[in-house]
Design a binder for this molecule. Structure first.
Ligand code: PGA
Length: 243
């Protein structure tokens, strides 16, 4: 079942997503959450940090797994999603560092790294909740559109549009954005017991309409969410404008 909710502004959409996350965290302090990066979740993380600072959120027993990471950047490198997460969430709340997982894009043996990540997710009991953004091309995590999709965590080649969308993390130079990444697979994402998809801004309106109401196809990875039993879509008015 997919519940679609629309808010007047991106800030209000982020507030609604934060309330959902905080409710789940209250119900289940040892929740396992999948986390996105990108510009969309920044106001959500800001709201979660505010809740923690006000003393109404406790992340001490929670576990997180990020969706993806660039390949070949050193740990802690500028532009890495690990660094993004440290900045926007991990150092701002009381998540235990050993329970805040991000794929290691600097791992020598990427095959071992993706297998290790899948095993860690399984060992944690699977994802209770995964929070997702959506790429303008319909990608989820770094699962890019294509004739097929990999089910489990794997190595991906990024589309030029995805590298351009990430240029901001690399001083605006899209050619400095790595060409490859590691990403949770679409099956890993769909195995989450609950999904929250957030999209804001007019640039996402076309892909949101295709993902939510178009045919289910690997050419629009987010369309596979139509088959998930428990999805909440959180939109601002601009992203919802073509529904
Ligand atoms: P964005 O990225 O939030 O920066 O638009 C979303 C995504 O690619 O999943």
């Amino acid at each position: 079942m997919m519940q679609i909710t629309t808010y007047a502004t991106a800030e209000r959409a982020a507030g609604a997503a934060a309330r959902l996350v905080l409710n789940r965290l209250t119900d289940r302090p040892d929740i396992v959450i999948g986390l996105p990066t990108g510009s969309t979740p920044v106001p959500l993380y800001r709201a979660l940090v505010r809740a923690y600072t006000r003393g109404v959120a406790d992340f001490s027993q929670a576990t997180t797994f990020n969706l993806d990471e660039f390949l070949g950047l050193a740990r802690g490198a500028v532009g890495s999603y690990r660094t993004f997460m440290e900045t926007h969430l991990f150092t701002q709340v009381n998540l235990h560092p050993r329970r805040a997982h991000v794929l290691d894009g600097a791992a020598h043996d990427w095959k071992r790294e993706v297998a290790r990540y899948e095993a860690q997710i399984a060992q944690a009991g699977g994802l209770d909740l995964v929070i997702l953004g959506i790429g303008r091309n319909g990608h989820l995590g770094f699962n890019e559109p294509g004739p097929t999709l990999a089910a489990r965590t794997h190595r991906v080649v990024l589309k030029p549009e995805t590298r351009r969308a990430n240029a901001g993390l690399f001083g605006g130079r899209w050619r400095d954005v790595p060409r490859e990444a590691l990403s949770m697979g679409i099956g890993t994402i769909l195995s989450a017991r609950e999904v929250v998809l957030i999209a804001t801004g007019g640039a996402k309106s076309r892909i949101v309409a295709r993902a939510l109401h178009g045919p289910v196809t690997t050419r629009v990875p987010a369309s596979l969410l139509q088959m998930h039993p428990h999805v909440t879509v959180v939109l601002d008015r601009d992203a919802a404008s073509q529904l």
